[in-house]
Design a binder for this molecule. Sequence first.
Ligand code: VGL
Ligand code: ZN
Length: 213
Amino acid sequence: MSEKYSAHTALVVIDVQNDFLPGGALAVPRGDEVVPIINRAARAFERVVLTQDWHPAHHISFASTHGAAPFSSKQLPYGDQTLWPTHCVQQTEGAALAPKLHIPHAQLVIRKGWHQNVDSYSAFTEADRTTTTGLAAYLRAHGVQQVVLVGLALDYCVADSAIDARAAGFDCVVLEDACRAIGLNGSLEKAWQKMLHAGVVRSATDEWIKNSA
Ligand code: VGL
Ligand code: ZN
């Protein structure tokens, strides 16, 4: 895995943050297992972007903001919103990137979900489906044509990022072994249906790296 992919391919590492790891506020089961897999995979990529879920303290996606139960849902102006436990509050330990994530050459960190009244699972477009994070423009400015996605959580932020990568015209591969899911009411099955329908390629780290090096 010593060769680097051309700069036409970017690895996008989604939300590998303390709050999504075991012990965190919105722990993804076995979320910690992806860290060494991603560290190793990242060495094969010249262009790496990281994302950080980055919410204000009383964000609209938090159950506590509405006095509601975590994991219930609420109709908001932009659509149906799952209400989460308070997580990834700006500048807290929970929002920090996992300390064992080791990708010194990553060039960009995109923070998302920082608008008080709009959530953003996707690294590309917020939940109002109009506000852009700027990631597509950044990738295009660098001639990127293909996006490889890894991280947390597969059924929410990875899935929505993959679907939006396709919508923005990028080829998109999800490395399944380098992701873990939350799993809420069949969310993972639904997410794969939508991703595959959007033309996302489902692969695994070693297999994909072997076939594209
Ligand atoms: C995520 C739920 C709420 C994720 C972020 O990173 O998948 N999920 N905020
Ligand atoms: Zn969030």
